[in-house]
Design a protein around this ligand. Sequence first.
Ligand SMILES: NC(=O)c1ccc[n+]([C@@H]2O[C@H](COP(=O)([O-])OP(=O)(O)OC[C@H]3O[C@@H](n4cnc5c(N)ncnc54)[C@H](OP(=O)(O)O)[C@@H]3O)[C@@H](O)[C@H]2O)c1
Length: 214
Amino acid sequence: MSEIVLITGASGLLGRALVAKYSQAGFRVLAQYHRHPFPDTPSVQWLDADFSCMRGIQDFLRLNRKRLTACRYVINNFGPIIERPTVEVSACDLCLDFALQVAPALDISRFLIPHGQLQAVLNIGFEFSGENRIYQRILGYALAKNFLLSLTRSLAVAFPAVRFNYFSPPSLEGACVLPKAAKPVAPHLVAERIFQIMLQRRSGIHYHYVPARA
Ligand SMILES: NC(=O)c1ccc[n+]([C@@H]2O[C@H](COP(=O)([O-])OP(=O)(O)OC[C@H]3O[C@@H](n4cnc5c(N)ncnc54)[C@H](OP(=O)(O)O)[C@@H]3O)[C@@H](O)[C@H]2O)c1
């Protein structure tokens, strides 16, 4: 029987490439979307969810309980960038960024771990994860992604039976927000790299992926 992977943010730029990679590799894919569904196929089932509030995450877990508990792999890819000048950032904004980047990733893992099927989780960061920098436009996003990095490391120790990975993708070709010096990479190459990381038999932190030249 095919193994099952849950991919959040599956209807987005990187999500679609991940769905294609996993379904072509013979997995059954549970693909979470919010406003842009795609037709189900024999290998891909699209699941609606709104992760903008805690209630939405809980509803997603409750309504899909049976399907989700069979998952072996989870890719927490949902993680919207909210741009805001640092001089305008409030504590409330920071809380929202933390809720968006961290709450679905944590609650999905915590929900699945007790069911005993979960083997590996990969949380998506961003290209400057792990760096202590000054941010002028994406402070909340950057802080929350770094928090997700610490969380991933801690979960890897707390739950050694599950492999926890953290991957910082480069800027993606086709992305709406691109740093000035970005060298964007095609989403399908990033999806391939994530697929390879998930095959590894250990937890790990993976920064600064640059694809080999063709
Ligand atoms: N793009 C980049 O250059 C880049 C660079 C570094 C890291 N990343 C990270 O890579 C990951 C994927 O980024 P991306 O650019 O591929 O994302 P994206 O194209 O913006 O896709 C966003 C995804 O999130 C879903 N979504 C939006 N609002 C939602 C809500 N309220 N509840 C649940 N789902 C919701 C969207 O669903 P619908 O479309 O169905 O509404 C879509 O599937 C993110 O974690 C991001 O931080 C991206």
